[in-house]
Design a protein around this ligand. Structure first.
Ligand code: MD3
Ligand code: FE
Length: 217
């Protein structure tokens, strides 16, 4: 067998790697449905555009966000919360596409969390230089459910810390099509994204889009 054929066979089969207690990295898991996912993102954004939100501390986030599903994550001067209404359109967030829901459920099952039924999907858009500082995701009522993240477009350095803000983060490169299931003891770990390096992605151009699927109640 030639090295090339061996490589292409290896790429066709997503790998499953436990990167921390309860956190499973599924390399390339979303790749087979990349076109459907990107088309769905475009439809969501047509209805609820990306916007840079303001934190309670008065800072404008560098990452632009939107949501789909029954509820969406928002931040403003008064705090962080999940809300059924997009404050920009005063209408419900776009429905979660079946291709999103199914991907999140299949990924969670591969990661050991069968029956994952997300009610919210936060869609983050990174441009070169934008970053997400170290934080915990704890606005969800059901912390027993995992969070499933899907990376599309330019790759990013993901920072994965511990349960204390002071724990030195490990760094992982997340590339187009990678899916991570964050559950169990990793669910409340501090995490963030280093400033995005410039580049050009064949499908998304100078952008990274990250989907995070959540069960908020
Ligand atoms: C680890 N998003 O939206 S995805 C977020 O790439 C967020 O846009 C990042 O952090 C991004 O809140 C990282 C990976 C991720 C998401 C949720 C987690 C890692 C997590 C929750 C707990 C532990
Ligand atoms: Fe997060």
């Amino acid at each position: 067998m030639t090295a090339d054929l061996f490589d292409s066979l290896a790429e066709a089969q997503p790998t499953c790697e436990e990167i921390a207690d309860g956190a499973v990295l599924l390399r390339g898991f979303a790749k087979p449905i990349e076109d459907e996912l990107i088309a769905a993102v475009r439809e969501i954004v047509a209805q609820s555009p990306f916007r840079r939100m303001t934190t309670p501390g008065g800072y404008q986030m560098s990452v632009a966000m939107t949501n789909c599903g029954e509820r969406g994550w928002i931040t403003d001067q008064t705090g962080y919360r999940y809300d059924a209404i997009d404050p920009r359109s005063d209408a419900p967030w776009p429905a979660m596409p079946a291709v999103f829901r199914d991907l999140a459920r299949r990924a969670a099952e591969s990661g050991g969390y069968a029956g994952f039924a997300p009610d919210a999907c936060l869609v983050n858009r990174y441009e070169p230089g934008t970053r997400l500082s170290l934080h915990q995701d704890k606005d969800e009522l059901d912390l027993a459910a995992p969070i499933v993240s899907v990376s599309l477009g330019l790759s990013a350095i993901f920072l994965f810390g511990g349960l204390s803000r002071n724990d030195k983060p490990r760094r992982f490169r997340l590339t187009h099509g990678d899916v991570v299931v964050w559950g169990g003891p990793s669910r409340l770990a501090y995490h963030g994204v280093a400033p995005l390096a410039d580049g050009e992605h064949a499908l998304l151009g100078r952008k990274r889009v990250n989907l995070t699927f959540r069960k908020t109640r």
